[in-house]
Ligand binder design. Structure first.
Ligand code: CP
Ligand code: NVA
Length: 312
């Protein structure tokens, strides 16, 4: 079993390299704090005064980069941003040890999960995963906050994810399993979530009482869903597979008809960017059921709570 699925938990988390770096209690605490931060921006305006954070982006970003930069500045800290390959000019361990001399934390969007973990190992700094090929923990936190706001609870909700069993699906699966949210994932055959992550989620679900359902049957997955979530069919770095994926994923497009198979009050969720006409129709994106922009807003508040938890 991969070590990152069993991280040690500490009184204060060492970072957020995977969704599991925060204990279940810390996860609930961060969502609570995110709600407070959202209510009262002024109260936290100096909370990170004197803190400097390096943002490293190996892949493009709108939401994650903007919301981290704004979160840090609105908390009274400051940041420096580098876009492009992290370790093409020198070994990653040297980059990490340089950063350790200058900043208090690293936020990194990478291809491999190993890059996130190596940055933490060699810098000794808190590292926040701003998306890797395996996880998108900051997204899942904002999504949990959005669900909590809309339903006034998390435990007992059913979250159905349709499409690619990717980084976003993995983070949603792990968070749901710990928070008592029943999580169904329907993908085309061969595109199910990572088997080790699924097994870990099943273990965690036994503790919380959540039911986890992974498969290829859309109708079964959508039945009784409080929220229907999708993401792009082709993630960053998989562009050469786009045509093949398009053929296989077409039945998984979220249309108004597909959404109608969930509860009548079901929310539609998307981490964005959305490719209208592929994984979701324009009609669904523009419908009152769509909360994608609430999710985007909550990235800011959830990430403020993460930074406060790690640095304050
Ligand atoms: N949802 C999300 O992470 O968006 P960006 O890729 O624009 O950061
Ligand atoms: N799964 C997508 C998420 C983008 C926010 C990707 O990795 O490209």
């Amino acid at each position: 079993m991969a070590a990152h699925l069993y991280p040690a938990t500490h009184a204060r988390p060492a970072g957020l390299s995977t969704d599991l770096d925060f204990s279940t209690e810390q996860l609930s605490g961060v969502l609570e704090l995110a709600g407070q931060v959202k209510q009262s921006r002024q109260r936290y305006a100096s909370a990170l005064k004197g803190s400097y954070i390096a943002l490293l982006f190996e892949k493009p970003s709108l939401r994650t980069r903007m919301t981290f930069e704004l979160a840090i500045k609105q908390l009274g800290g400051d940041c420096v941003t580098q876009i492009g390959p992290i370790a093409d000019r020198e070994p990653l361990k040297d980059v990490a040890r340089n950063l350790a001399r200058w900043v208090d934390a690293i936020v990194a969007r990478t291809f491999t999960q190993e890059t996130i973990e190596e940055l933490g190992r060699w810098s000794g700094l808190p590292v926040v995963n701003a998306l890797s090929d395996l996880y998108h923990p900051c997204q899942a936190l904002a999504d949990m906050l959005t669900l909590k706001e809309h339903f006034d609870k998390l435990r007992g909700l059913k979250l159905t994810y349709v499409g690619d069993g990717n980084n976003v699906a993995h983070s949603l699966l792990l968070c749901s399993a710990r928070l008592g949210i029943h999580c169904s994932i329907a993908t085309p055959p061969g595109y199910e979530p990572n088997a080790q992550i699924t097994a870990r989620a099943q273990e965690l679900a036994k503790i919380s009482g959540a039911q986890i359902q992974i498969g290829n049957d859309l109708d079964a997955a959508l039945k009784g869903a409080h929220a229907v979530y999708t993401d792009v069919w082709t993630s960053m770095g998989q562009e050469s597979e786009a045509a093949e994926r398009h053929k296989l994923f077409t039945p998984f497009q979220v249309t108004m008809d597909l959404l109608a198979k969930a509860r009548p009050d079901a929310l539609f969720m998307h981490c964005l960017p959305a490719k209208r006409g592929l994984e979701v129709t324009d009609e669904v994106m523009e419908s009152p059921q769509c909360v994608a922009f609430d999710q985007a807003e909550n990235r800011l508040h959830a990430q403020k709570a993460v930074l406060l938890t790690l640095l304050q």
